[in-house]
Ligand binder design. Structure first.
Ligand code: FES
Ligand code: FES
Length: 254
């Protein structure tokens, strides 16, 4: 019995050693390791991926110049100058001209019609040097498209005098020395001409409300300053400009 037991335990020991050897056998792969078949599949997938990516990259690279060319053509078409034929009535005369649709009234006057009395100061609607009259209203011609002025009566500084006879506002500016370098003067004079008409109509200004004169406001110096505030004079000839406008207003009333 003891022999049997020892034999049995010996067999168990041998079996355990055997198992131990088996679990450490160097040539056997662990149970969850990929089989050789799976490895070749992986290899194939990697090659396929690299090949496909290469083809795709080549496709994208060869397509890029065409995309860039199409975009260039689109931008060129969008920014190509579009022209428009206009008939502008300026100082009582009709003028036919063909201009870029984006041309301002100021550029149409100066660059296309050689009416250079209207000045370009800031070209941004801030100085009033480019003031002209459109249907009697003063406008900054640098902010007005020429196409928009079609069908209107446009008056520039060249159109105020009648032959040798100056407009009363021009005469007042001369008499009161309402300028120094003269660059802002055409705009100041056009603005003052419109101002007198606005006063005649009874249009109000900020100063009219401040002083409570909301019916037939008197053209005080403060009113003139406020109403001429869109016209800058870099020479600061303001006292004389105000005197000139005041005199023209008095002349218009008498
Ligand atoms: S040039 Fe037009 S406002 Fe200055
Ligand atoms: S007179 Fe020179 S800017 Fe007015």
């Amino acid at each position: 019995m003891s022999t049997l037991l020892s034999e049995t335990s010996g067999t168990k020991e041998l079996q355990q050693q055997d198992n131990l050897h088996q679990s450490h056998a160097p040539c056997e792969a662990p149970p969850d390791a990929p089989s050789p078949d799976t490895l070749s599949d992986l290899e194939f997938s990697r090659r396929t991926f690299v090949k496909t990516a290469g083809i795709l990259s080549a496709g994208v690279a060869s397509g890029l110049p065409r995309v860039a060319a199409a975009e260039k053509a689109r931008v060129a078409a969008a920014t190509a100058p579009q022209t428009i034929s206009l008939a502008l009535k300026i100082n009582g005369k009709q003028h036919a001209l063909t201009v870029d649709t984006r041309t301002t009234l100021l550029d149409a006057l100066r660059e296309y019609l050689s009416l250079t009395g209207t000045k370009k100061g800031c070209d941004h609607g801030q100085c009033g040097a480019c003031t002209v009259l459109v249907d009697g209203r003063r406008v900054n011609s640098c902010l007005t498209l020429a196409a928009v002025a079609q069908g209107s009566e446009i008056t520039t500084i060249e159109g105020l005098a009648h032959g040798d006879e100056l407009h009363p506002v021009q005469a007042a500016f001369l008499e009161h020395d309402g300028f120094q370098c003269g660059y802002c003067t055409p705009g100041q004079i056009c603005s003052a001409v419109a101002l007198l008409e606005e006063c005649r109509r009874g249009d109000l200004s900020q100063v009219s409300f401040q002083t409570g004169q909301t019916t037939s406001p008197q053209l005080s110096d403060n009113e003139i300053r406020e109403r001429m505030s869109g016209n800058i004079c870099r020479c600061a000839a303001y006292p004389n400009i105000i005197a000139a406008v005041r005199a023209a207003a008095q002349g218009a009333r008498s």
